[in-house]
Design a protein around this ligand. Sequence first.
Ligand SMILES: Nc1nc2c(c(=O)[nH]1)N[C@H]1C(S)=C(S)[C@@H](COP(=O)(O)OP(=O)(O)OC[C@H]3O[C@@H](n4cnc5c(=O)[nH]c(N)nc54)[C@H](O)[C@@H]3O)O[C@H]1N2
Ligand SMILES: Nc1nc2c(c(=O)[nH]1)N[C@H]1C(S)=C(S)[C@@H](COP(=O)(O)OP(=O)(O)OC[C@H]3O[C@@H](n4cnc5c(=O)[nH]c(N)nc54)[C@H](O)[C@@H]3O)O[C@H]1N2
Ligand code: SF4
Ligand SMILES: [Mo]
Length: 762
Amino acid sequence: MSYILLMVTTVEDPQSQAHSDNSNPKISGKHIGGGLPVIEYWAKQTLSPKGPALWKTLLHKSACLSCAWGTGGQKGGFTNEAGEKLQRCMKSMEAVNAELQPPVNPHFFETHRIEALQQLTSMEADRLGRLSFPALLKAGSAHYQRITWEEAYTLIAQAFEHPPERVASYSSGRSSNEAAFLLQLMMRMHGANNLADCSDLCHRPSTTALSEMFGSGTSTVSLKSLKDSDCVVLVGSNAPANHPRLMNELIELRNQRNGKIIVINPVKEVGLVKYGSPAFPVKSLLPGSAIAHLFLQPIPGSDLALFIGIQKSLIARDLIDRDFLVAYTEGWEAVVAQANNTTWDVITQTCGIHQTEIEAAATIIGESNKVVFAWAMGVTHQANGTDNVCGIANTALLTGNVGKMGAGVMPIRGHSNVQGFGSMGVKNDIQPALREALEKIVGRSLKREPGYHAGALIEAAEQGQVDTLLCLGGNLYAASPNLTQAKRALGNIETVVYIATKPNLGHFHGLAKTNTLILPVLNRFENPHRTTVESGNNFVRLNDAGKTHLNKADLVSEVHLLTELAHRIHGSEPIHWRQLQDTQYVRELIAKTIPGYEKIGQIDHTQEEFTIGGRIFTTPQFATDSGKAKLLPTPMPSLTLPAPEAFGQTSGTVLALITGRSYRQHNTVVYDLGDKYRGMPHRQCILMNIKDIEQGGFSNHQRVSVQGEAGKLDNIEIISGDIRQGAALMFYPEANVLMKAVSDPKSHTPAYKRVPVLVREA
Ligand SMILES: Nc1nc2c(c(=O)[nH]1)N[C@H]1C(S)=C(S)[C@@H](COP(=O)(O)OP(=O)(O)OC[C@H]3O[C@@H](n4cnc5c(=O)[nH]c(N)nc54)[C@H](O)[C@@H]3O)O[C@H]1N2
Ligand SMILES: Nc1nc2c(c(=O)[nH]1)N[C@H]1C(S)=C(S)[C@@H](COP(=O)(O)OP(=O)(O)OC[C@H]3O[C@@H](n4cnc5c(=O)[nH]c(N)nc54)[C@H](O)[C@@H]3O)O[C@H]1N2
Ligand code: SF4
Ligand SMILES: [Mo]
């Protein structure tokens, strides 16, 4: 297949930047994704002194810590839910490796002032080792000091005496379903719904859009169903780095089923062009497997325009499924009308992709029988993230690609149990069904009004409206946009409690007004009891009990910590919190209250992992009230960038900055510097298109300053790479100092992927 590259005029970029797989992309880093470096990493770690412990952990019957694709559990560390072996990627080992570090030296905090700790980078903070005793930093003190658990519980229980609306939690998706369930129950019994969660910063636009359209907010596709597809459209995902095993599915789709792959991403991620997978050691690992048939590089933030274009082309050529629309959906007429009424000029100028390329994508989608539309943060981290998701799902529905085997919509989730947190009700609004079920258990009515999501929490804290914040994992400080604001906001909270496995930037910068506590916990493979997690593909895994290597450490499990705390806050009636330290009882409560989770009540006896009921649609019967899927009209984004004057300058190059992950980091935690696949040797880089470099009068490897609306970074090295003209890419969390907290009004998720910046000579 070959597509002609044509010139179009756009606001940010005069050139269409689509490529077919016949083109020869110039990649500044590696020429294939994955490949030998992956095997080198496995070999190096295996041969290191930690090797035996690493392997023991990988073989432990618990789910992978890293991403939500999910593997491991009762079938064994390397087996997925389809029973396939060799399904564990290097990222998994990377995550385990970090957890197997020795403890932070018991005298470390005594000998290091907080000012010194604030000089540490993310990687240095993580490398301090595992947290292994409770610590407290009092206002005015220069040091975190060791405290007892009793002192910690007493302090936190006192902090929970503030009015409920002034008490909040934040959580991150690595903890178990059991811990998540207990957290929300404890908070809701306290009387507020201030349950901010990392999903507010992540896939909330997907949940918001899909809930309204299908009555269920998660993927409609199971792994089994994905394996039946004949086309995948992958939008705004760097799966080779963040969900590596998804690459195996793409390789099988293309090579074994002769299926088609469309990739949409302003950055030509090398692994999405060609990927060498260790799961296919002979055919793929060294030569690499071709991935994208069609690679479209739109202007950041413009995916919706591209999808309206695809819809327009499908409608014009009668490639939509009218019988399906009439029988199983609502609202399709308005979506068809919108696509018809939007001119090609507006579409191509907004997304910067020529009509020919858009039509090529429509042809592939229209001519395929079973299409899965998958997406990640390139879609959700936008000021119109929810509309973006609607635009993708509308396209899926117009072509009859939801509600059958082999097809559907698939948000590729982030943290390994972030979706489980959502299912357990960790969110700032409470669904009526969950509320009613919980009310029966606690014997009184629970608050209905929504509480703070992550962004609102920061804003409320900044205004002095929050007294107590309990953080179950994560790094709210470094994950938030506008680090200066986040620091100031957290500094207005009386008591901040960090429940964590390893030190991070938040523990040293996100300091409370009076008391900051760090409470160490066991991780998933160390807990003395069983726990469960839920993957992005709606599969629930059971984690066996395990042991920690931290022999002399003073650690507890998250379940122990939360139940002890809840006992002190709420007493033992109507809930006997301490009894819930046996997680089997928590699972019984989950089975009674969480829709689709009924089977978890038996899992201790059956060890049967399961797919959650009511979410995977293989027939066109949806979970909405009418049973029909709803198509929603999507306002076209209007994308402009400010002039240098908006940054108080008269010269320089304004670009749309994408901020995301390097190959060697997990969210705010940096494991190693650099990203060899993108040719970026260290963290202080900005990836730019060669034309922007030349037109701006810069040169490759020049050091520049990058200025955003909220802050500036100096001494940033320009790296020329295969990124769309007008766009640039930098790594988070360092880049979070640049941006203001602009967010999608429907989901409140920040627009981390389209940050206006000015690049100037240093
Ligand atoms: N190893 C590892 N695995 C992880 C994580 C990790 O940090 N490390 N994090 C986990 C979490 S919480 C998450 S949410 C996921 C994140 O997984 P991803 O969403 O894959 O991660 P990001 O780095 O945010 O990159 C998203 C991709 O979107 C592209 N993009 C940016 N702007 C646009 C746009 O406007 N349109 C389109 N179409 N594409 C765009 C970027 O070029 C990039 O390739 O990974 C999870 N897994
Ligand atoms: N600019 C920019 N900002 C972003 C993003 C972006 O792409 N660009 N991505 C956003 C996204 S998608 C997300 S999800 C957020 C991530 O935001 P968070 O989830 O808040 O941050 P993490 O870095 O994943 O949190 C890491 C910390 O979790 C703790 N931890 C690890 N395992 C455990 C455990 O088992 N139990 C407990 N209690 N603690 C544990 C460790 O102490 C570790 O330091 O960041 C968001 N921020
Ligand atoms: S793809 Fe994700 S879940 Fe699977 S092994 Fe890798 S990091 Fe773990
Ligand atoms: Mo995420």
